[in-house]
Ligand binder design. Structure first.
Ligand code: HEM
Ligand SMILES: *[C@@H]1O[C@H](CO)[C@@H](O)[C@H](O)[C@H]1NC(C)=O
Ligand SMILES: *[C@@H]1O[C@H](CO)[C@@H](O)[C@H](O)[C@H]1NC(C)=O
Ligand SMILES: *[C@@H]1O[C@H](CO)[C@@H](O)[C@H](O)[C@H]1NC(C)=O
Length: 480
């Protein structure tokens, strides 16, 4: 009697679980056809496969395999969220232009909670906040600022850093570049002076980044606990800076924070909390991708001496074109900066291969039709720009580091198949700064220094973010 009851219960549970799994795998959707693809295991979806590290610069196997199996648009599930991944250039181009209409930034919900913007006020509130953030960043990192102020500052910064590197037996490229870039952008954002600070802020940010990938349990001793503590220290530091600036305001804005503090008095949503969170986020946005990209450049250049030769020739030609009055000038002029075709090709080719992130996340605000499939409202969309930039149909032998290929690429092809900085209204506000920083870095590097690889650089892969495994170590030397 008892055993047959038990059997019934087991059978019932089995049936329920089977129904649950089937439902999970075949999400109900009345309006149109869902893209092909598997939703993976209940609750975790296909998350584990996405996080499984690859050991090559090639497209992450998660995406590559699914394109082969399902085509350019497919569905999957990360951590319980239904996701559609799109790898097609026409669709992705279109999605970028739909920002605010049928797709929106994926993390908007979290953001809305942070700033207590709910329901009604969200769309209008967010338009204004986004415009504000974008314009303040562009004001300090955009073309005008580069032209009038930043080129010589970056130059001095890079030269001093490289000079310091020559005094060391070997430097670990990723950490050293990250701290160089961080110190430079933090100076523009909050007036941070790394030489006068006894705590290295860049190291705190790097350890936060590593800790964010850890398991989120907040007990003393765990990596996550440390992240929360370090984040608190940084936000406190930003608060202190804000208070200092409020006490002794400067007539002219020296850095981005000066402007934000001034606007706290006039713009209702620019509160102290808002500024703290925004600066914290902006510091993150501005150093990780650019330092990963420059680190990859070191690896690629080390493997391709012919590219280094041509870079050196281009930059030495610029120096020799200067007349007597400009000789020994310790910067690049705007005109010189604008006359480096090969350097631009090297930068594009590095950005094409880097794909620091596999793609950008959006959320469907309503049902979206693509290629005869429907992406249901509420689903997450990953615009997989990495797949476009490594597509053999657009880029011959896509894994080859070949800066010369850019001579033959048509501008209409580039605009739809090369999106390292995203597209549409949300396109990276630091794109011009990044290009200028890389250019000046290459310029100083090839005209004044040389380097040899000491070790590492053979374990580059994707986790799914660009990752350098055991790192790369180099020795930097003065040129003569
Ligand atoms: C190699 C370097 C960089 C890469 C590959 C990169 C990439 C991107 C991408 C793809 C986006 C769009 C995100 C989305 O649409 O979901 C973005 C946005 C943004 N980036 Fe960058 N970025 C880089 C460097 C920088 C730097 C140096 C700064 C700051 C000085 C910066 C500031 C921003 C800001 C403020 C946004 C938001 C723009 C908006 O929402 O209107 N980025 N970045
Ligand atoms: C199906 O689509 C129509 C219009 O496209 C819409 O009015 C309706 O609410 C949708 N139904 C569901 C179940 O989403
Ligand atoms: C204001 O800016 C000037 C540079 O224009 C600087 O020399 C001065 O120290 C700043 N004053 C304060 C109070 O920060
Ligand atoms: C590099 O890429 C940009 C698009 O981000 C494009 O406008 C530019 O023409 C490219 N440069 C070269 C040299 O191909």
């Amino acid at each position: 009697m008892v055993s047959s009851l038990l059997l019934c219960v087991v059978a019932l549970i089995t049936i329920l679980v089977t129904i649950w799994i089937r439902k999970w795998r075949n999400p109900k959707f009345a309006n149109g056809t869902l893209p092909p693809g598997s939703m993976g295991l209940p609750l975790i979806g296909e998350t584990l496969e996405l996080l499984f590290p690859s050991h090559s610069l090639d497209l992450h196997p998660f995406i590559k395999k699914r394109i082969q199996k399902y085509g350019p648009v497919f569905k999957t599930n990360f951590a319980g969220r239904p996701v559609v991944i799109t790898t097609d250039s026409e669709i992705n181009h279109h999605l970028f232009l739909q920002e605010g209409r049928s797709v929106e930034m994926w993390y908007l919900d979290t953001f809305a909670k942070l700033f207590n913007m709910d329901g009604e006020s969200k769309p209008t509130g967010f338009g204004a906040v986004h415009r504000y953030v974008r314009s303040i960043v562009l004001n300090h990192f955009g073309t005008e600022s580069l032209k009038n102020k930043l080129l010589p500052e970056i130059y001095t910064f890079v030269d001093l850093t490289l000079q310091k590197w020559t005094n060391q037996d070997s430097i670990s490229v990723k950490e050293s570049v990250a701290s160089m870039v961080f110190d430079c952008t933090a100076k523009q954002m909050i007036g941070y002076d790394s030489t006068k600070s006894n705590e290295k802020l860049s190291e705190k940010f790097t350890s936060i980044l590593q800790g964010l990938m850890s398991f989120p349990i907040n007990i003393p001793g765990t990596a996550f606990h440390r992240v929360l503590q370090e984040s608190k220290k940084i936000t406190n530091m930003i608060r202190e800076k804000i208070n200092e600036k409020q006490k002794i305001p400067n007539k002219t804005d020296q850095d981005l924070l000066d402007q934000a503090v001034r606007e706290m008095r006039t713009e209702a949503f620019v509160t102290e909390d808002f500024v703290v969170h925004f600066i914290f986020g902006a510091l993150f946005a501005s150093f990780e991708s650019i330092s990963s990209t420059i680190t990859l450049a070191f690896k690629l250049l080390s493997d391709h001496p012919r590219v280094v030769e041509e870079l050196r020739a281009e930059h030495e030609a610029i120096l020799s074109k200067r007349d007597k009055s400009e000789e020994g000038s310790s910067s690049l002029s705007w005109d010189e900066y604008k006359s480096m075709p090969f350097t631009l090709q090297v930068i594009n080719e590095t950005l094409r291969l880097a794909n620091v992130s596999p793609g950008l996340l959006r959320r469907a605000m309503k049902d979206i039709q693509v290629n005869g499939y429907t992406i249901p409202a509420g689903w997450t969309i990953m615009v997989a720009t990495s797949a476009q930039q490594l597509n053999p149909k657009t880029y011959d032998d896509p894994m080859a580091f070949n800066p010369w290929r850019w001579k033959d690429l048509d501008s209409s092809v580039i605009s739809k198949n090369f999106m390292p900085f995203g597209g549409g209204m949300r396109q990276c506000a630091g794109a011009d700064f990044t290009r200028a920083f890389m250019t000046i870095f290459f310029h100083v590097l090839v005209t004044k220094y040389s380097w040899v690889k000491v070790k590492g650089g053979n374990k580059i892969g994707r986790t799914p973010f660009l990752d350098f495994g055991d790192g790369i170590n180099i020795k930097v030397l003065n040129k003569e």
